[in-house]
Design a protein around this ligand. Structure first.
Ligand code: PLP
Length: 439
């Protein structure tokens, strides 16, 4: 199939691919030229305060290509119906598209079985599913869970609640000053025989790419299960859960070009089968009596109530789009931007402070920074006058900021549509911020 930028054709292809998993993806393989790709993202045509939008907050949420927006709209326009219920054409189409999306997501992370993909609203819900379901039946008094100092609150607070309730303990792998995990200390912590080790694949604040495969091996050798928070992994790196060898992998669809409200948990079949339901109600049952119920098979056992069908279909389309580009190419593109940003920012913005690893091989497309004497919120506000969107604050990693003795940071982050022009605009904007504040 040839690739098209014609929206009508793309929507047709998207539809075929949404409802039939054996159909060719909506986007065939093509080179990753961000300047060409930008045409696929309608929001990037916006002007903000008289300037073209320079979107540098993709770690928070990515923008969505037309093909994803059209796939969601097409579902609502053409075959909106509940899934797994309607014995009529559009209900069957909706079910086929929803389950096809699951198969696409499974293939994208090389899950051995698409029944091991549970759709959730986001990574946060996926991690909470594990902490409530697996955690409450496996963690008891005195049991240890090992996390890291760089976790997003989504991979910290659920475990805090669990150990508070069960009288367990949390331990943390520390980081070096430039944001690298101390594996020597991890080795020592494994001597405590933790039941679970949970860590992020890529830090949303520092960009650090953690040696997850090695960490999984170390944890397994000590008898622990492993949960990987892939919220910043799967949108930016090739991910193969079988190669990683982990037990749980959680991620958000909205950070990987998919719709808000889409996300997934992958877990090994035997774990999902042994875990009690998380939420209860319709869909997740097989038989209900007044005083007891039998539960559905996986993954539906964990998908209580009417799911976000359109969002899942949109996520399937985002997977097609990313697959067309190739995740090796996505990573190579973002690595180039990191190299460019780490070169130009310190050279052209006097006094800028950058955080995180300096080696681009160890860093995803995330650049946290400060301008001495200027609060990150002020930086972000002045940049917005020039249409530049960056995140400012603690990025849901307050303990990490505490560890680095920082009240807050500003953060630029990249995706497939980011360009060196965006970095140049950021540089110009930051020089202007310094001028405004007389720094
Ligand atoms: C590393 C990491 N984990 C988890 C999350 C939570 O994602 P969501 O808000 O989509 O649940 C984020 C969001 O920024 C993140 O960056």
């Amino acid at each position: 199939m040839t690739v098209t930028t014609n929206r009508a054709e793309a929507a047709g292809a998207a539809r075929a691919s949404a409802t039939d998993v054996s159909a060719a993806p909506a986007y065939a393989a093509r080179a990753l030229d961000p300047r060409v790709l930008r045409a696929d993202f309608p929001i990037l045509r916006r002007e903000i305060n008289g300037h073209p939008l320079v979107y540098l907050d993709s770690a928070s949420t990515s923008q969505k290509p037309d093909v994803v927006i059209d796939a969601v709209a097409d579902y609502y326009r053409e075959y909106n119906a509940n899934v797994h219920r309607g014995i009529y054409t559009i209900g069957e189409e909706a079910t086929a598209a929803y389950e096809a999306a699951r198969a696409k997501v499974a293939a994208f992370i090389n899950a051995p079985d698409h029944h091991e993909i549970v759709f959730t609203r986001n990574a946060t819900e996926a991690i909470n599913l594990v902490s409530y379901s697996w955690g409450r039946s496996n963690i008891g008094r005195g049991d240890t869970i090992v996390l890291t100092e760089m976790e997003h609150h989504a991979n910290l607070v659920p475990w805090q609640l669990l150990v508070q309730e069960k009288d367990g303990d949390l331990e943390f792998i520390p980081i070096t000053d430039d944001g690298i995990l101390r594996l020597d200390v991890f080795e020592v912590l494994l001597g405590l025989k933790p039941k679970l080790v949970a860590f992020t694949q890529v830090s949303n604040t520092l960009g650090t790419i953690n040696p997850v495969r090695q960490m999984v091996e170390m944890a397994h050798a000590a008898g622990a299960l492993v949960l990987i928070d892939g919220a910043q992994g799967v949108p930016h790196l090739p991910v193969d859960v079988q190669e990683l060898g982990c037990d749980f992998y959680a991620f958000s669809g909205h950070k990987m070009l998919g719709p808000m409200g889409s996300g997934a948990l992958w877990a090994r079949r035997e774990l999902l089968e042994s875990m009690p339901p998380f939420l209860a109600g319709g869909e997740m049952i097989r038989e209900v009596h007044l005083r007891r119920s039998d539960f559905n098979d996986i993954p539906w056992k964990f998908e209580a109530g009417t799911p976000a069908v359109g969002d899942a279909i949109g996520l399937g389309m985002a997977v097609d789009y990313l697959t067309g580009l190739g995740m090796d190419a996505v990573r190579a593109h973002e690595r180039e931007l990191v190299v460019y940003a780490l070169e130009t920012l310190p050279r052209d913005v006097p006094g800028i402070e950058l955080y995180g690893p300096l080696d681009p091989d160890l860093r995803g497309g995330v650049i946290p920074f400060n301008l001495p004497g200027i609060h990150p919120h002020d930086i972000a506000q002045v940049l917005d006058r020039f249409g530049i969107a960056v995140r400012a604050g603690h990025h849901c990693t307050m303990p990490l900021h505490e560890r680095l003795d920082l009240a807050a940071t500003a953060r630029a982050s990249f995706s497939v549509y980011s360009t060196t022009d965006d970095v140049d605009a950021l540089v110009r904007g930051l020089v202007e911020v310094q001028r405004v504040f007389g720094a």
